[in-house]
Design a protein around this ligand. Sequence first.
Ligand code: GLP
Length: 239
Amino acid sequence: MLDKQSPVPMYAQIEDYLKNQILQGGFVIGVAIPSERELTDTFGVSRMTVRQSITNLVNEGLLYREKGRGTYVATPKIEQPLSLTSFTEDMLSRGMKPSNKLVSFEKMIPEIDIAQELQLAKGEEVFIVKRIRYADDKPMAIERSYLPVKLVPDLELNNIEGSLYSFIEKDKRLIISHASQRMEAVLVKKEDAEFLQISMPSAVLMIERISYLTNDVPIEIVRSTYRADRYKFISEIRR
Ligand code: GLP
Protein backbone atom coordinates (compact mmCIF):
# COMPACT_ATOMS: atom_id res chain seq x y z
CA MET A 1 0.00 0.00 0.00
CA LEU A 2 2.93 2.36 0.64
CA ASP A 3 5.09 3.80 -2.11
CA LYS A 4 8.64 3.56 -0.76
CA GLN A 5 10.03 5.53 -3.74
CA SER A 6 7.67 8.45 -3.12
CA PRO A 7 9.05 11.75 -1.78
CA VAL A 8 6.02 11.73 0.58
CA PRO A 9 7.29 10.39 3.92
CA MET A 10 5.95 7.05 5.15
CA TYR A 11 4.19 8.56 8.16
CA ALA A 12 2.30 10.97 5.85
CA GLN A 13 1.21 8.14 3.56
CA ILE A 14 -0.10 6.15 6.54
CA GLU A 15 -1.80 9.27 7.83
CA ASP A 16 -3.58 9.70 4.47
CA TYR A 17 -4.66 6.07 4.50
CA LEU A 18 -6.07 6.34 8.05
CA LYS A 19 -7.74 9.64 7.27
CA ASN A 20 -9.51 8.17 4.23
CA GLN A 21 -10.71 5.26 6.31
CA ILE A 22 -12.13 7.67 8.89
CA LEU A 23 -13.75 10.04 6.39
CA GLN A 24 -15.21 7.26 4.25
CA GLY A 25 -16.56 5.32 7.21
CA GLY A 26 -14.14 2.38 6.98
CA PHE A 27 -13.40 3.15 10.63
CA VAL A 28 -16.47 3.87 12.72
CA ILE A 29 -16.97 6.76 15.20
CA GLY A 30 -16.29 5.66 18.79
CA VAL A 31 -14.68 2.39 17.67
CA ALA A 32 -10.96 1.61 18.09
CA ILE A 33 -8.74 1.64 15.01
CA PRO A 34 -6.20 -1.21 14.61
CA SER A 35 -3.47 -1.13 17.27
CA GLU A 36 -0.03 0.38 16.66
CA ARG A 37 1.39 -3.11 16.49
CA GLU A 38 -1.14 -4.24 13.86
CA LEU A 39 -0.47 -1.14 11.77
CA THR A 40 3.27 -1.69 12.12
CA ASP A 41 2.85 -5.21 10.73
CA THR A 42 0.44 -4.16 7.98
CA PHE A 43 2.71 -1.40 6.66
CA GLY A 44 6.09 -2.93 7.44
CA VAL A 45 7.34 0.26 9.10
CA SER A 46 8.67 1.10 12.56
CA ARG A 47 6.32 1.72 15.48
CA MET A 48 7.64 5.29 15.69
CA THR A 49 6.43 5.95 12.16
CA VAL A 50 2.96 4.63 12.92
CA ARG A 51 2.87 6.64 16.14
CA GLN A 52 3.74 9.83 14.27
CA SER A 53 0.80 9.32 11.85
CA ILE A 54 -1.60 8.67 14.71
CA THR A 55 -0.36 11.64 16.75
CA ASN A 56 -0.96 13.95 13.79
CA LEU A 57 -4.55 12.70 13.45
CA VAL A 58 -5.11 13.02 17.22
CA ASN A 59 -3.87 16.61 17.02
CA GLU A 60 -6.24 17.25 14.12
CA GLY A 61 -9.14 15.95 16.22
CA LEU A 62 -9.96 12.95 14.02
CA LEU A 63 -8.79 10.38 16.58
CA TYR A 64 -8.45 10.31 20.36
CA ARG A 65 -6.35 8.09 22.60
CA GLU A 66 -7.62 6.36 25.74
CA LYS A 67 -4.80 5.48 28.10
CA GLY A 68 -4.08 1.76 28.13
CA ARG A 69 -7.02 0.98 25.81
CA GLY A 70 -6.28 2.19 22.31
CA THR A 71 -7.01 4.86 19.73
CA TYR A 72 -10.58 5.66 18.72
CA VAL A 73 -12.35 7.53 15.94
CA ALA A 74 -13.57 10.90 17.27
CA THR A 75 -17.02 12.38 16.71
CA PRO A 76 -16.75 14.96 13.89
CA LYS A 77 -16.57 18.56 15.09
CA ILE A 78 -19.65 20.76 14.96
CA GLU A 79 -19.39 23.10 11.97
CA GLN A 80 -20.72 26.36 13.27
CA PRO A 81 -21.46 29.15 10.76
CA LEU A 82 -20.44 32.56 12.07
CA SER A 83 -23.86 34.11 12.57
CA LEU A 84 -25.81 36.00 15.19
CA THR A 85 -27.69 33.04 16.60
CA SER A 86 -28.03 31.78 20.15
CA PHE A 87 -26.51 28.61 21.52
CA THR A 88 -30.00 27.16 22.04
CA GLU A 89 -30.96 27.89 18.41
CA ASP A 90 -27.69 26.45 17.10
CA MET A 91 -28.10 23.18 18.96
CA LEU A 92 -31.81 22.75 18.23
CA SER A 93 -31.20 23.34 14.51
CA ARG A 94 -28.80 20.38 14.60
CA GLY A 95 -31.25 18.13 16.41
CA MET A 96 -29.14 18.27 19.58
CA LYS A 97 -30.45 18.93 23.08
CA PRO A 98 -29.10 22.19 24.59
CA SER A 99 -28.70 22.55 28.34
CA ASN A 100 -26.86 24.84 30.75
CA LYS A 101 -25.23 24.70 34.10
CA LEU A 102 -25.15 28.00 35.91
CA VAL A 103 -21.78 28.60 37.53
CA SER A 104 -22.48 32.09 38.86
CA PHE A 105 -24.92 34.97 38.55
CA GLU A 106 -23.88 38.35 39.94
CA LYS A 107 -24.78 42.02 39.78
CA MET A 108 -21.90 44.49 40.07
CA ILE A 109 -20.07 47.50 38.70
CA PRO A 110 -17.88 46.03 35.95
CA GLU A 111 -14.22 46.57 35.17
CA ILE A 112 -13.38 49.59 33.10
CA ASP A 113 -12.98 47.77 29.74
CA ILE A 114 -16.41 46.13 30.02
CA ALA A 115 -18.01 49.41 31.13
CA GLN A 116 -16.50 51.21 28.14
CA GLU A 117 -17.55 48.58 25.61
CA LEU A 118 -21.07 48.52 27.03
CA GLN A 119 -21.06 52.36 26.94
CA LEU A 120 -21.99 52.56 30.62
CA ALA A 121 -21.81 55.69 32.74
CA LYS A 122 -19.75 55.63 35.92
CA GLY A 123 -21.34 53.45 38.60
CA GLU A 124 -23.78 51.67 36.26
CA GLU A 125 -24.09 47.97 36.99
CA VAL A 126 -24.06 44.81 34.90
CA PHE A 127 -25.31 41.29 35.39
CA ILE A 128 -22.53 38.75 34.95
CA VAL A 129 -23.81 35.34 33.99
CA LYS A 130 -21.40 32.44 33.79
CA ARG A 131 -22.77 29.25 32.24
CA ILE A 132 -21.44 25.96 30.95
CA ARG A 133 -23.23 25.09 27.73
CA TYR A 134 -23.94 21.47 26.86
CA ALA A 135 -25.10 19.73 23.69
CA ASP A 136 -26.60 16.30 24.26
CA ASP A 137 -25.18 16.54 27.80
CA LYS A 138 -21.58 17.04 26.61
CA PRO A 139 -19.80 20.26 27.60
CA MET A 140 -19.17 22.47 24.56
CA ALA A 141 -18.38 25.94 25.90
CA ILE A 142 -18.24 28.27 28.85
CA GLU A 143 -19.85 31.65 28.42
CA ARG A 144 -19.46 34.74 30.55
CA SER A 145 -22.11 37.28 29.59
CA TYR A 146 -22.18 40.89 30.76
CA LEU A 147 -25.53 42.66 30.40
CA PRO A 148 -26.36 46.24 31.47
CA VAL A 149 -28.77 46.07 34.41
CA LYS A 150 -30.64 49.14 33.12
CA LEU A 151 -31.69 47.22 29.95
CA VAL A 152 -32.78 43.97 31.63
CA PRO A 153 -33.42 45.00 35.27
CA ASP A 154 -35.62 42.00 36.06
CA LEU A 155 -33.25 39.30 34.80
CA GLU A 156 -33.61 36.36 37.18
CA LEU A 157 -32.21 32.92 37.71
CA ASN A 158 -35.02 31.15 35.89
CA ASN A 159 -34.46 33.30 32.76
CA ILE A 160 -30.91 32.11 32.36
CA GLU A 161 -31.67 28.47 32.96
CA GLY A 162 -33.17 28.53 29.46
CA SER A 163 -32.29 30.84 26.59
CA LEU A 164 -30.94 34.30 27.34
CA TYR A 165 -31.76 35.50 23.80
CA SER A 166 -35.31 34.30 24.21
CA PHE A 167 -35.61 36.34 27.44
CA ILE A 168 -34.17 39.45 25.76
CA GLU A 169 -36.27 39.15 22.61
CA LYS A 170 -39.53 37.55 23.71
CA ASP A 171 -39.88 38.75 27.31
CA LYS A 172 -38.17 42.13 27.01
CA ARG A 173 -39.12 42.70 23.36
CA LEU A 174 -35.70 44.08 22.55
CA ILE A 175 -34.30 43.39 19.09
CA ILE A 176 -30.75 42.08 18.90
CA SER A 177 -29.67 43.38 15.55
CA HIS A 178 -25.92 43.15 14.97
CA ALA A 179 -22.67 42.21 16.66
CA SER A 180 -18.95 42.26 16.28
CA GLN A 181 -16.95 39.19 17.11
CA ARG A 182 -13.29 38.36 17.72
CA MET A 183 -11.88 34.88 17.82
CA GLU A 184 -8.49 33.55 18.85
CA ALA A 185 -6.84 30.31 19.88
CA VAL A 186 -5.46 30.10 23.43
CA LEU A 187 -4.45 27.41 25.89
CA VAL A 188 -7.22 26.56 28.30
CA LYS A 189 -7.09 27.90 31.87
CA LYS A 190 -7.10 25.34 34.67
CA GLU A 191 -10.55 26.28 35.95
CA ASP A 192 -12.08 26.12 32.45
CA ALA A 193 -10.40 22.77 31.72
CA GLU A 194 -12.32 21.31 34.64
CA PHE A 195 -15.64 22.77 33.49
CA LEU A 196 -15.08 21.59 29.92
CA GLN A 197 -13.71 18.20 31.01
CA ILE A 198 -10.53 18.49 28.95
CA SER A 199 -6.94 17.86 29.94
CA MET A 200 -4.18 20.46 30.33
CA PRO A 201 -2.68 21.71 28.11
CA SER A 202 -5.40 21.91 25.45
CA ALA A 203 -6.11 24.53 22.84
CA VAL A 204 -9.51 26.23 23.01
CA LEU A 205 -11.23 28.90 20.93
CA MET A 206 -11.85 32.18 22.72
CA ILE A 207 -14.61 34.30 21.27
CA GLU A 208 -15.68 37.75 22.35
CA ARG A 209 -18.94 39.05 20.97
CA ILE A 210 -20.47 42.50 21.51
CA SER A 211 -24.11 42.51 20.50
CA TYR A 212 -26.15 45.62 19.82
CA LEU A 213 -29.82 46.51 19.64
CA THR A 214 -31.23 48.22 16.53
CA ASN A 215 -30.38 51.65 17.95
CA ASP A 216 -26.70 50.64 18.34
CA VAL A 217 -27.01 50.31 22.13
CA PRO A 218 -24.82 47.44 23.36
CA ILE A 219 -26.91 44.74 25.05
CA GLU A 220 -24.35 42.05 25.78
CA ILE A 221 -20.66 41.30 25.88
CA VAL A 222 -19.93 37.64 25.94
CA ARG A 223 -16.59 35.96 26.46
CA SER A 224 -16.84 32.35 25.42
CA THR A 225 -14.40 29.50 25.58
CA TYR A 226 -15.22 26.75 23.10
CA ARG A 227 -13.74 23.27 23.01
CA ALA A 228 -11.52 23.22 19.93
CA ASP A 229 -11.95 19.47 19.57
CA ARG A 230 -15.73 19.83 19.28
CA TYR A 231 -16.05 23.00 17.21
CA LYS A 232 -14.95 24.50 13.95
CA PHE A 233 -16.25 27.84 12.83
CA ILE A 234 -17.03 28.40 9.18
CA SER A 235 -17.93 31.46 7.14
CA GLU A 236 -19.10 31.92 3.59
CA ILE A 237 -17.11 34.62 1.91
CA ARG A 238 -17.47 36.13 -1.51
CA ARG A 239 -15.26 38.25 -3.70
C1 GLP B 1 -24.40 32.42 21.83
C2 GLP B 1 -23.68 33.73 21.93
C3 GLP B 1 -23.85 34.41 23.26
C4 GLP B 1 -25.27 34.41 23.74
C5 GLP B 1 -25.82 33.02 23.67
C6 GLP B 1 -27.29 33.03 24.02
O1 GLP B 1 -23.71 31.38 22.47
N1 GLP B 1 -22.26 33.57 21.64
O2 GLP B 1 -23.46 35.76 23.08
O3 GLP B 1 -25.33 34.86 25.06
O4 GLP B 1 -25.70 32.49 22.37
O5 GLP B 1 -27.71 31.71 24.04
P1 GLP B 1 -29.03 31.25 24.72
O6 GLP B 1 -30.11 32.11 24.14
O7 GLP B 1 -29.15 29.82 24.36
O8 GLP B 1 -28.90 31.48 26.19
